[in-house]
Design a protein around this ligand. Structure first.
Ligand code: TRP
Length: 354
């Protein structure tokens, strides 16, 4: 147990076309965590421009993610909901972390290698520094827990490496401060930044493509049939589930029978996550059934769960002024915490301020 106050931070990029993978993999977990923790949920627009700066739809995409948060049940009064660029501390702390992190650390990030592809020389400098900005997001609030998918684990490890190096490099200054926390080691050192833990897991941390059970459901898949968008209507959801790839066997009665059947595994996992149960329970009900019957039940369930969320998202997005007011309020409350951290960081680093 750390001496830091428990706080959850997570971020979602405003990339457009939110889908079932975003909902089950991230947003439903955010909703559940607000019962146990103080939470800060951020629409990370500064991250969104690392791939492409010129994005005419950035405002509507930022509001879409915010609408999805609210429509899914995240309470913006109990938690802090805002977009990253409104709190300048993110960019400011990221700059300092750019001077903590080493180029070698960044070059090892698998997401950078994937996103930069073959033409690394032509990737933006922001894409390389992306993980340093993510560390700044989290540590600006000295957050102790971050719900993320498996694909972000490496960035969380890097966040801990940055926190640790900062804590070590400035140990004398940090040890002299009342706002630092005992590290609990034999040397008796103190920490300014926590070593943040990932919260990985959940019922459907990984939702796969409906067309290929070995690929993650993704907004960049050229086929819209590969994903269920949060604002799809009943006909669209039904059509996509009916066309979802399967295999010729009926459903197994036990989870072990899903091995080597990625599409069956994915659909059963989606059903379980939407129903708030587990795969074993779903197979208890549907073991031996043909896919046609199972898919019909899955359509009904998906429409029951997603229908109201999509409708509420559309209602909220019709009133951008309201969404912007929610973001402004969240940004104000985030700034209060962020400013305090930045004052401390500047003192620790030795930047004169008046
Ligand atoms: N990199 C995360 C993703 O693509 C988004 C993100 C940015 C994030 N900053 C964060 C997630 C801070 C958790 C905490 O999913």
């Amino acid at each position: 147990m750390t001496g830091f106050r428990e706080l959850v931070f997570s971020g979602v990029q405003p990339t457009g076309n939110l889908h079932l993978g975003n909902y089950l993999g991230a947003i439903t977990r955010f909703v559940a965590l607000q019962e146990r923790y103080d939470c800060i949920y951020c629409v990370v627009d500064l991250h969104a421009i690392t791939a492409e700066l010129h994005q005419p739809d950035l405002p509507s995409q930022t509001r879409e993610v915010t609408a999805a948060f609210l429509a899914s049940g995240i309470d913006p009064r109990r938690n802090i909901v805002f977009n990253q660029s409104q709190v300048s501390g993110h960019a400011e702390l990221a700059w300092i972390f750019n001077c903590v992190a080493r180029i070698g650390w960044m070059n090892r990030m698998t997401q950078f290698k994937d996103k930069a592809g073959k033409d690394r020389e032509n990737a933006s400098l922001g894409l390389l520094a992306y993980p340093s900005l993510m560390a700044a997001d989290i540590l600006l609030y000295r957050a102790t827990h971050v719900p993320v998918g498996e694909d972000q684990k490496q960035h969380l490890e890097l966040t801990r490496d940055i926190a640790q190096k900062f804590n070590n490099d400035f140990q004398p200054a940090i040890a002299a401060r009342a706002d630092s926390v005992p590290a609990g080691d034999e040397a008796g050192s103190r920490q300014f930044f926590p070593l943040t833990e990932p919260l990985i897991g959940g019922p459907a941390a990984r939702v796969m493509s409906l067309r290929d059970g070995s690929k993650k459901m993704s907004k960049s898949d050229p086929s819209d049939f590969s994903r269920i968008n949060l604002t799809d209507d009943r006909d669209a959801i039904a059509g996509k589930i009916r066309k979802a790839k399967t295999d010729p066997e009926p459903l197994p009665s036990e989870e072990a029978g899903l091995a080597g059947r990625p599409e069956a595994d994915n659909l059963v996992g989606i059903y379980a996550a939407l129903a708030g149960t587990d795969k074993a329970a779903v197979l208890g009900d549907f073991g031996g059934a043909q896919f046609s019957a199972f898919k019909a039940a899955l359509v009904d369930l998906a429409v029951d769960v997603l229908g109201p969320i999509g409708a509420e998202m559309n209602r909220l997005q019709a009133d951008p002024g309201h969404i912007d007011a929610v973001l402004a309020d969240g940004a104000g409350r985030a700034r209060a915490i962020a400013d305090e951290t930045m004052r401390a960081v500047k003192d620790i680093v030795g930047m004169v301020r008046s």
